[in-house]
Design a protein around this ligand. Sequence first.
Ligand code: PGA
Length: 252
Amino acid sequence: MRDILVAGNWKMNGDTARNSELLAGILAGAPTSDRVKLLVCPPFPYLADVARQIAGSPLQLGAQTVSEHPAGAFTGEVSVAMLRDIGCSHVLVGHSERRSLYGESSSDVAAKFAAAIDGGLRPVLCVGETLAERNAGQTEQVVDQQLNAVLERVGIAAFARAIVAYEPVWAIGTGLTATPQQAQDVHRHIRSVLAAHDADIAEAILILYGGSVKGDNAAGLFSMPDIDGGLIGGASLKAGDFLAIADAAASL
Ligand code: PGA
């Protein structure tokens, strides 16, 4: 049986005092379950601080994006090696906000994914369609294009060290959540695309759902056969909200 991963994407929120209160709350209330894993992805300036605060705890640390380059004259960028150096194990790549607000193409995302794999960070590859694409019946086509850009670049073997997050853009930060069945259909499709390359890797990979996951809808989503946890934005910023989702996962 696959683990359930509950990952918090803090986006551009928090400060030193609020982060430490949030982490103290999460650490105090995290469910003890072998199957449920927790990950937090704070903004860059706080990663090292958060790493110190969660040292020795089961909480894992990820960044929200990363450079595709190893080092050098790339002002403002942060490398995989730097993230590893300060204690990150994971990194989000291709979040829809990076794609839509910062112009990251699927080939940029594939390069970041490749850099993460090469440098020993576990990428969480975010894919998902807009409302217009869903209404036009293009959900699978969009997700395929986003996945295939990465598959073509790194090959299926790299997915043994990766996570996929299906995040319909229309559900992010909107309060609109995909129904468990809508999400399950896309998750099953993603797993079948990967299975066409390697059945064992497809069976083992965690596929998270993201988009307005809350304590009261998490259990319904996570109980679907191909949904292995959530990537949580808004509800990851309050310990009680995040723990309600972690508890829902632990109750399954
Ligand atoms: P949300 O964000 O939970 O606030 O919808 C999810 C995400 O963007 O990862």
